[in-house]
Design a binder for this molecule. Structure first.
Ligand SMILES: [Zn+2]
Length: 490
């Protein structure tokens, strides 16, 4: 007789659905698993046999063959134990055949107890994507609370518990351990909150423009001017993620950091050290891991002291910045990982850090070489480049004033709504310009704005500035403000 069940495994950085088939045929007792199993899966034979025995379940006599499909994917780890046991119980006639929208994840101990599966959330999300709505999993595994809106999770202590539920509909003895959204992940963002920074209204304005329109931002200034502190606050101006985005972000972080990942609706902020390798940035390695650009998906990638990063690492930024995705080739297959992040970079203006701010001791050739580390295509995709000024403001920051974090957050949220509605209607920033703004752009064309890309960036930033004002119509003064950030770049 034949029995089946559904499960999922990790295949490199992605997750794959696995269909388990068990066949029991008369003959000399033999237990084989086919479909590219690794040694952990082959050892499942011993675990499953003992688990049956210690759960007082008769182990089928005869020839047992388990087939894992798709056959071409190598199956790793021990997370398929439960699914294989269920398929055998079905082949044996102990359990009735189940539905296709129910799946099983868990490793069996010899006692028949279920133990947890590594990085289970990415497996659950992959199953959900395929239409699975009920998942049986080991009890005690911490799960992000938003999952409960999508899927019915059934945590079990043992194999017998699973059988009880499948046979009689007895609900599991324990509840799933839900972790509610935490305030934020400890990701190295802002040690000093925005409200504690006095003055700096220009930079705060830039942070809101960047956050509202997802415009990559580059802050340049001498050491000690406060670039890093401001940059680290960018993520705080982004609105909360929706459940789907927060779960996706959680799954990537879980793959990189294991079960200690915090579940949060706050967007991630990644601040990698400048010793970061290209593989560390885009992902890969053995075993393969998601890179910083994927961990920053839906959030901010903060590259502090940009020119300290190696040239190959900076060049590797090109693909994710232009395509919002990265491709990792491994064992003849290409995995594509999401990388829709907001880049925020900081740098000194020259090797000594004082060019334009004090007595620079660098040769012109040194400065050119310094800037040459950043390839044109990457620099071209940074919408806002800004040279910070020494702030002469004497006033202290007012937490409840026009420039408070709370006020900026709410303006950013409104602006994002305006921009979302405009993009739903399918209008481009150029189409939303009034007559005067169009005239201004026509004047700037060729003279100040040399390329189509530069013009697009200028109008996109202007549209965001308008949206921060609650308008979808782009006016000439929005173009003027946007122009300042381009002039600063030249
Ligand atoms: Zn210098």
């Amino acid at each position: 007789m034949l029995g089946t069940s559904i499960s999922a495994i990790h295949n490199g950085v992605s997750a794959e659905i696995v269909k388990v088939e068990a066949d029991i045929a008369p003959g000399f007792p033999k237990f084989s698993i086919v479909g590219l199993p690794d040694s952990a899966i082959t050892e499942a034979k011993l675990r499953i046999r003992s688990a049956f025995h210690n759960s007082q379940l008769p182990f089928p006599k005869g020839r047992i063959t388990i087939n894992l499909t798709p056959a071409h994917v190598r199956k790793r780890g021990s997370g398929l134990d439960l699914a294989m046991a269920v398929a055998i119980l079905r082949a044996q006639g102990t359990l009735a055949e189940g539905s296709q929208n129910e799946a099983y994840l868990g490793e069996l101990e010899l006692s028949g107890a279920l133990s947890s599966v590594e990085s289970i959330v990415s497996l659950i999300l992959r199953l959900a994507q395929d239409g699975v709505r009920r998942i049986h999993c080991p009890a005690g595994q911490m799960l992000p609370s938003s999952l409960s809106k999508e899927i019915d999770m059934y945590p079990h202590v043992s194999l017998n518990g699973v059988i009880e539920m499948l046979k009689r509909g007895t609900p599991p003895a324990c509840q799933a351990v839900w972790s509610g959204p935490q305030a934020a992940r400890d990701d190295g963002s802002a040690a000093i909150p925005l409200d504690a920074i006095a003055g700096r209204t220009m930079e705060k304005r830039l942070l809101s423009i960047s956050a509202a329109g997802n415009h990559p931002l580059f802050l340049i200034g001498p050491p000690g001017i406060g670039k890093t502190t401001l940059a680290a606050n960018l993520v705080h101006l982004l609105p909360d993620l929706d459940d789907a985005a927060a779960l996706e972000s959680y799954a990537w972080h879980e793959q990189a950091h294991g079960d200690h990942t915090t579940y949060t609706l706050r967007p991630p902020c990644r601040t990698p050290h400048h010793t970061l390798t290209p593989a560390g940035l885009v992902g890969g390695g053995v075993p393969p891991r998601p890179g910083e650009v994927t961990l920053a998906h839906h959030g901010v990638l903060l590259l502090d002291e940009l020119f300290e990063f190696s040239r190959p690492t900076l060049n590797a930024l090109r693909e994710p910045m232009s395509q919002h995705t990265v491709h990792i080739a491994r064992a003849g297959r290409v995995a594509s990982l999401p990388a829709r992040f907001l880049l925020c970079a900081t740098a000194n203006p020259c090797p000594c850090g004082l060019r334009g701010y004090g007595e620079c001791r660098c040769l012109d050739s040194d400065v050119r070489r310094y800037w040459g580390r950043l390839s044109g295509p990457v620099l071209d995709r940074i919408d806002i480049v800004f040279y910070m000024n020494h702030d002469t403001a004497t006033h202290t920051a007012a937490a409840d004033g026009e420039w408070s974090e709370q006020r900026l957050q709410s303006r950013v949220a409104t602006a994002r709504d305006v921009l979302r509605d405009a993009s739903k209607e399918g209008t481009t920033p150029t189409q939303r310009m009034d007559a005067e703004a169009s005239r201004r752009i026509a004047m700037l064309r060729r003279r100040v704005v040399a390329s189509d890309r530069a013009e697009q960036q200028l109008t996109a930033v202007a549209a965001t500035i308008a949206a921060l004002d609650g308008r979808d119509v782009v006016r000439a003064r929005d173009i003027e403000e946007s122009l300042q950030f381009r002039r600063a770049a030249t």
